[in-house]
Ligand binder design. Structure first.
Ligand code: ASP
Ligand code: MG
Length: 424
């Protein structure tokens, strides 16, 4: 007997019919003798609907008082889901009980709309499991120290499930979703993309932060920190498929020392169209200049991604960086109106039509020439690289947005990702 956490996304919970098939799948696991905790998302479209209603009635720039209400509203989507799923489980003849985040409780910090989980009190849940019940807990939400409802940010149910699995030392956390695992890249762009049977936690972390939307990045961070065995799998297989087959399906996120891991140099290609580039031209090249440019950007709470500074000529240099596209206009204003006059920069230029394409693989640690192969591949396609950034296990380039699909396809082919990796 194992303690298993299942997480079901919004599509899997999208109708009463689908909720019934989730219940049948969970019942199959419970009848196989496992203790089951289930964490569902809101029914698909529900969170958007709720936030849309809220936006109709609130000013564009929301203060803390408004954000508090936004979380109280958004959290209801998952509360409906847990109640419906508990009913559906009871209808299958199981004992089941639902809890919202504040009932467990899942304690978070006070940052509305992007709260972080601080601790989970699992007493009540353990008692229910010991009494033979299936426990259904809301994703996406918790309660802060003052008793306010908080939410964890969009996609936060993944993080709830992993955090609950970590707190309870679950044997495995299974994330059921509308894709059947983690792919070498997005199959909508590269039809030959292949499902990975395993991916290391570090690669998954890079893939999630580089734009692959399968898991919320915080859930991956959590899984890494607490070593939660995590599997991404499809909720669209028939609910009554063999449980052993189901338990081996999808993509398992492993830790590096695992021997079974596929030994490809590059495991996947991620891309992100949500960035924009800003260049500050002709700034004096002297100590403190990076801080003078980026300090005010950080103070305005704008996240910066790739940064490059050119070599200087005549004591002046150019400085470029990327920000999220939503922050583009704000950043450009800030630089033109505040930073440029203060630093004596010659000009500030912006380009929102860029994208970032990255190759990811822990094999890059022990292989040389991987980045150069990436650059060669792009040059053969006539794609100009505007910026480069690297870490131990990834190389990212910033290129013109219009070449994104071409770049992803060419790289997928160049690194043989359509072929299953040879066993090590
Ligand atoms: N319902 C929330 C959202 O749509 C949380 C989640 O589904 O993970 O973002
Ligand atoms: Mg999701």
């Amino acid at each position: 007997m194992a303690l298993i956490v299942h997480k079901y996304g919004g599509t899997s919970m999208g109708s009463t019919e689908r909720i019934r098939s989730v219940a049948m799948r969970v019942a199959k696991w419970a009848r196989a003798g496992h203790q089951m905790v289930v964490v569902p998302s809101a029914m698909s479209g529900e969170t958007n609907r709720l936030l849309g209603l809220a936006k109709e009635l609130s000013p564009a720039a929301m203060d803390a008082a408004a954000l508090r209400e936004l979380d109280a509203i958004a959290a209801t989507g998952e509360q409906v889901s847990v109640g419906l799923l508990a009913l559906a489980l009871q209808a299958q003849g199981l004992q089941a009980v639902s809890y919202s985040g504040w009932q467990v409780p899942v304690a978070t910090d006070r940052s509305y709309t992007k709260a972080r989980i601080e601790s989970i009190d699992d007493k009540r849940v353990r008692a229910d499991l010991a009494a033979g019940k299936v426990v259904v807990i809301t994703g996406f939400q918790g309660i802060d120290g003052d008793g306010n409802v908080t939410t964890l940010g969009r996609g936060g149910s993944d993080t709830s499930a992993v955090a609950i699995a970590a707190a309870m030392h679950a044997d495995e956390c299974l994330i059921y979703t509308d894709v059947d695992g983690v792919y070498t890249t997005d199959p909508r762009i590269v039809p030959e993309a292949r499902r990975l049977s395993t991916i290391s936690f570090e690669e998954m972390l890079e893939m999630a932060s580089l734009g692959s939307k399968v898991l919320q990045i915080r859930s991956v961070e959590f899984a890494g920190k607490y070593r939660v065995p995590l599997r991404v799998l499809s909720s669209f297989t028939p609910w009554d498929i063999d449980i052993n087959e189901e338990a081996r399906s999808g993509t398992l996120i492993t830790f590096e020392e695992d021997e079974k891991m596929e030994q490809a140099v590059v495991s996947g290609i991620a891309f992100n169209r949500d960035e924009a580039k800003i260049t500050v031209m002709g700034v004096p090249d002297k100590p403190g200049i990076a801080y003078q440019i980026l300090g005010p950007v950080a103070d305005a709470n704008i996240d910066i991604d790739v940064i490059i500074q050119n070599v200087s000529h005549d004591g002046r240099t150019d400085f470029s960086f990327t920000v999220h596209r939503n922050d583009y206009a704000k950043t450009l204003d800030l630089l033109k109106n505040t930073v440029a006059p203060a630093t004596g920069a010659a000009q500030v230029l912006g380009d929102p039509k860029i994208c970032k394409v990255s190759i990811v693989g822990i094999g890059m640690r022990s292989h040389v020439g991987v980045a150069s192969k990436m650059f060669r591949t792009l040059s053969e396609e006539g794609i100009n690289i505007q910026m480069i950034s690297t870490s131990e296990i990834k190389t990212s380039v910033v290129i013109d947005e219009k070449y994104m699909e071409l770049a992803v396809r060419a790289l997928h082919k160049a690194f043989d990702l359509e072929q299953p990796a040879a066993a090590a």
